[in-house]
Design a protein around this ligand. Sequence first.
Ligand SMILES: Cc1cc2nc3c(=O)[nH]c(=O)nc-3n(C[C@H](O)[C@H](O)[C@H](O)COP(=O)(O)O)c2cc1C
Ligand SMILES: CCCCC(=O)C(=O)O
Length: 387
Amino acid sequence: MSQLADFQNEIYLNGLADVLPGLPTDLTRLAGAAEAKLSATSFGYLAGAAGSEATARANREAFDRWRIVPRMLRDVAERDLSVTVLGTPMPAPVLLAPIGVQSILHPDGELATARAAAATGLTAILSTAASHTMEDVAEAGGDGPRWYQLYWPKDRELAASFLDRAKAAGYTALVVTVDTFTLAWRPRDLDRAYLPFLRGIGVANYFSDPVFQRAVGGPVTDENRQVALLHWIGQFGNPSLTWDDLAWLREQWDGPIALKGIQHADDARRAVDTGMDGVVVSNHGGRQVDGAVASLDALPAVVDAVGGQIGVLFDSGVRTGADVAKALALGADAVLLGRPYAFGLALDGEAGVRHVLRCVLAELELTLALSGHRTVSELSLDFLARA
Ligand SMILES: Cc1cc2nc3c(=O)[nH]c(=O)nc-3n(C[C@H](O)[C@H](O)[C@H](O)COP(=O)(O)O)c2cc1C
Ligand SMILES: CCCCC(=O)C(=O)O
């Protein structure tokens, strides 16, 4: 039995209370459990999406339209799901998606997430909009692998400062989110007039930055706090960015760079042409363009367009190990897990995130083994049928 699925034996042999922090092993039940625990504003921010939430639903429906076709008698005794993605070795092709403002879910926020990721060997992608500084999160994650997600601010000097800090703190790859230069129309938050940033959550990396501080007249205190928040609003996103700006970014960061939020084959080709190392096919969990195509439906055309020249990662709608397997079979090199681990964080901090990660990994490995696969590279379209 391999390490990833050993979690299953641990549960049966050691009993529930010892191994599970009272959390469901059916990961589709996490949202309901988290809703019972969180405030309406926090849960609304986490679970909510743009507009009528049609794209968020479509993300899930797209997974349901693919079914796995298991193969038998193929000797799956020795299994190895490890991969290397953008230079980072991983025990399985699963990363933790960048999720900002995690302290609305649990006081330890991104620190707990980094610890849980390190404990499972998975790579956590830290958001620019994190509620803890990238240096503190790096320290919490210790030797664990970590990537940095950039929200590219208007001021290039501030962007460069973020990248310098990320490099110094040991983040090895850069994920640049291109689909969120401003927040979309999000009714759950609008109805409650709730935005964590304006309550000072998710601004730690800005307020701690020397370039930002210079712009607001020094370290942020009660006195210049309002000025700092207004400066943050003005700085956060840059709607004027174009593909031409990527050359500047390439100069600032010598490690791998992936663009997150790609949904069109031509954009994927441009990512190749502009010297990017990867794309993340994503619609931000349906939180940006309501009515946008389901992320899984956008994946095959991007995989085709890229033709193996750069990495293709995927997110939006992944809830189970079987979902991960489907996205891999459709050509993703790795998958970002989003809301599920955030529900785990809300439910039980580091232990909750660790629980979710272990469930996903065990379920992924069992799904692949029971359908006749020893490694991820054996997966192909042959694995799937249309429902
Ligand atoms: C509460 C919340 C905060 C998020 N914050 C960020 C962020 O700071 N940066 C980013 O690139 N994506 C962010 N995302 C998007 C995720 O990285 C990911 O694309 C999305 O969660 C995938 O959809 P899923 O959760 O439905 O699987 C956020 C998502 C949620 C739910
Ligand atoms: C200002 C946006 C940061 C968080 C985010 O990306 C999200 O809520 O989806």
